[in-house]
Ligand binder design. Sequence first.
Ligand SMILES: O=C1O[C@H](COP(=O)(O)O)[C@@H](O)[C@H](O)[C@H]1O
Length: 256
Amino acid sequence: MTNERRVLVHPDKDTLAGAVAARFITKVLDLLDDQDVVHVVLTGGSMGAAMLEAVRDSPAHKSVDWARVHFWWGDERWVPTGHEDRNDRQSREALLDSLGLPDGNLHPFPASDSGMSLDEAAEAYAAELGRFGAAGYPHPVFDIVFLGVGPDGHVASLFPHRSGIQVVDRPVIAVRESPKPPPERLSLTRPVINAAQRVWLVLAGADKASALGLALAGASRDEVPVAGIKGRRRTVFFIDQDAAAEVPDSLIAREY
Ligand SMILES: O=C1O[C@H](COP(=O)(O)O)[C@@H](O)[C@H](O)[C@H]1O
């Protein structure tokens, strides 16, 4: 098995969401054959919700024992509980609310109405990650980390030419003056993401083509943060045709 990056191209956003959802359901079923619990990191952004809706709409999802799956988030916007900008709200509406999960299986970042400061919230999430530390890490070794990719190449809330993508001494950072609103956010750091068994990046649209092309051509993680992301076993870019415009043909595996 190689942990080289793979790029799988689908014709459009809907096909992409359906294909990733099917692969996710199959992978979770396989993992649950071999282990008690599966830890998954969800993403915000356009494809994060589309993929989860496709899971919800797939009859195959009923075969999964979701009570053995824990959900975390890669980043969160510092707004109140239930705010429409929160990534966890989007994930709950798209899928999680329909699964009837035990509360303990959901690990949302604290919200701005929690009574904590942004820095305290980062520490609280680090402590929550620590409760599930495994294999000597102060955080779970995630089975699957989903990431969206912004048009500027940001992943989670790790933005170009900001210090966040370089942080390796903490699992969680507080982000201020984010170039994308809202300005205050919380984010997992690169070492937590890259310790995952699998990182699945899901992105669609022509506005993502340039950042993706740069990342795969060897740009620095400072310039294009997604360039610094690599899972331990697998790193797969699930993309649509529009996002593939600047990916070298030699890297592409077409799934249609
Ligand atoms: O703000 C965020 O943006 C990225 C990418 O979002 P997209 O809508 O351009 O796909 C997302 O991955 C991240 O979780 C989110 O907080």
